[in-house]
Design a binder for this molecule. Structure first.
Ligand SMILES: Cc1ncc(COP(=O)(O)O)c(C=O)c1O
Length: 448
């Protein structure tokens, strides 16, 4: 337990003494005084907040102008326009990689990476169980086996210290996910990757502008993948990018993403490999090119607000904000994540806690469920294709090896806020913290 935290035994004492341990923030909402210890909104009190948080995505009139330009030029596809290419050049420079391949979405960036690295049937790929399902689906689409690495509950990231023990002669890649914009322990992973010759595909789909020791994520592995889906910190409805320093990988992925045409050829009917069509449209490229300059300023606002919120929440017993590793020089805060300990709230369940939070005007999410335990995985691995490659005994054995107990626990404790909630004034963070303090102080009454 860190300094400043109050243990479970002091719960009753703390709440009875009017939250003596907490900062007693209070303010006025209209004529009603709202304080941390006043009646929770769920029990009929005044909600801590009535204003919505900043909306997302954000619109700028320049986007309209650009789209009009693309529309009128009739170069709607990258094969006859130049916005996608201009975005690729700018984004590669911004992230600090030699090459960028813009694609239709983040899933496509992962698929292009796996294809470029030659991952296929019979291979194993190390993945976290705490991620969006696309990380796993990309592996399954190659008829490779996702091998789950348990989660470090303190950071919500793949536990890098467990990776090496899971490597076998079949392991052909690892996909660490910089979950929520926080960063995986890249020192440990890079050392294992080098020692065991297992390439790294960074899934940075949620981590635009996050940094490890001053370098932007997605520039540290063999490839790095971004999503520009509408909720992301840089977005174009759908969209994605694969970054790499390796000439062989940009050539293979670039060619794969345009039906196996030689990379950078825009016409003709001769092919160097099989492939798919994962191309980004010019509309997406224009929107991303125009938005790129605002990402830095917004990242700074999220960081400042997150730091303030963490300072406040660390003082609340049973609330454990995500930690970062020593090498993390920037968290992108696509999500603000914390663990909720129901016992410290006198047994108030996470669902009831979130319900009370919602009544206070604070939306939240309980986050992921364990991917390694979901029925879709059994459905996929016992399909004819997988059984043909691996055989039933190997698939039975696979499920016996895939326990991730730390992750199972995390999935019962997690609470998330979305990135747009961090884009307003610092008062918004105080609203969140005040609401949580109020719930803590009234936990017993809320149980009823
Ligand atoms: C961690 C992670 N990986 C992959 C993806 C897939 O990206 P997309 O939805 O753009 O295909 C996402 C998207 O939410 C993601 O969060």
């Amino acid at each position: 337990m860190s300094a400043g935290k109050i243990g479970r035994r002091t719960f009753l004492q703390a709440s009875a003494s009017g939250m003596a341990a907490l900062s007693m923030a209070h303010r006025t909402t209209g004529a009603v005084e709202v304080t941390a210890t006043s009646k929770p909104a769920l029990l009929g009190g005044e909600p801590m907040r009535k204003e919505p948080f900043p909306s997302w995505p954000q619109i700028d009139e320049r986007y309209e102008k650009m789209w009009q330009e693309v529309l009128e030029k009739r170069g709607w596809c990258r094969l006859n326009g130049d916005y996608v290419e201009r975005f690729e050049a700018e984004y590669a420079k911004t992230i600090g990689s030699r090459f960028c391949l813009a694609v239709a979405n983040g899933t496509s960036a992962l698929i292009a990476s796996l294809n470029a690295l030659g991952v296929g049937p019979g291979d194993e790929v190390l993945v976290p169980p705490y991620t969006f399902v696309a990380t796993i689906n990309a592996v399954l689409l190659q008829y490779a086996l996702p091998v789950f690495v348990d989660t470090d509950r303190e950071t919500f990231q793949m536990d890098a210290s467990e990776v090496e023990a899971l490597i076998t002669e079949r392991t052909t890649a690892m996909i660490p996910v910089h979950l929520g914009g926080n960063v995986v322990d890249m020192d440990t992973l890079s050392a294992v990757s080098k020692k065991r010759n297992v390439p790294i595909i960074e899934d940075a789909c949620q981590a635009h502008f996050a940094e490890w020791r001053g370098k932007r994520v997605a520039s540290l592995g063999d490839t790095g993948c971004f999503s520009f889906q509408v909720t992301k910190n840089l977005c174009s409805g759908e969209g994605g990018a694969m970054l790499t320093d390796r000439e062989d990988l940009i050539e293979r992925a670039g060619s794969f993403h345009t039906n196996g045409r030689p990379w950078r050829e825009t016409s003709g009917f001769s092919y160097v490999r099989n492939g798919s069509n994962l191309r980004m449209t010019e509309f997406q490229g224009a929107l991303l090119f125009e938005q790129l300059p605002r990402v830095e300023a917004q990242s700074q606002i999220r960081e400042q607000n997150a730091a303030h919120l963490t300072k406040r929440l660390e003082a609340v017993p049973g609330i454990y904000p995500e930690k970062t590793y020593e090498g993390t020089t920037r968290n992108a805060y696509h999500l603000y994540m914390f663990r909720y300990d129901a016992e410290a709230f006198g047994g108030l369940s996470r669902d009831r806690f979130r319900e009370a939070l919602s009544a206070e005007g604070i939306p939240s999410s309980p986050g992921y469920t364990p991917l390694n335990g979901q029925p879709f995985l059994k459905e996929a691995l016992y399909s004819r294709g997988f059984l043909n490659v691996y055989g039933k005994a190997a698939i039975d054995g696979y499920f016996e090896r895939m326990a991730c107990p730390k992750n199972d626990r995390l999935c019962t404790e997690a609470v998330w806020f979305t990135q747009n909630m961090l884009l307003g004034p610092q008062q918004d963070m105080d609203d969140i913290a005040d609401a949580i303090e109020r719930i803590y102080a009234n936990a017993k009454a809320l149980m009823a």
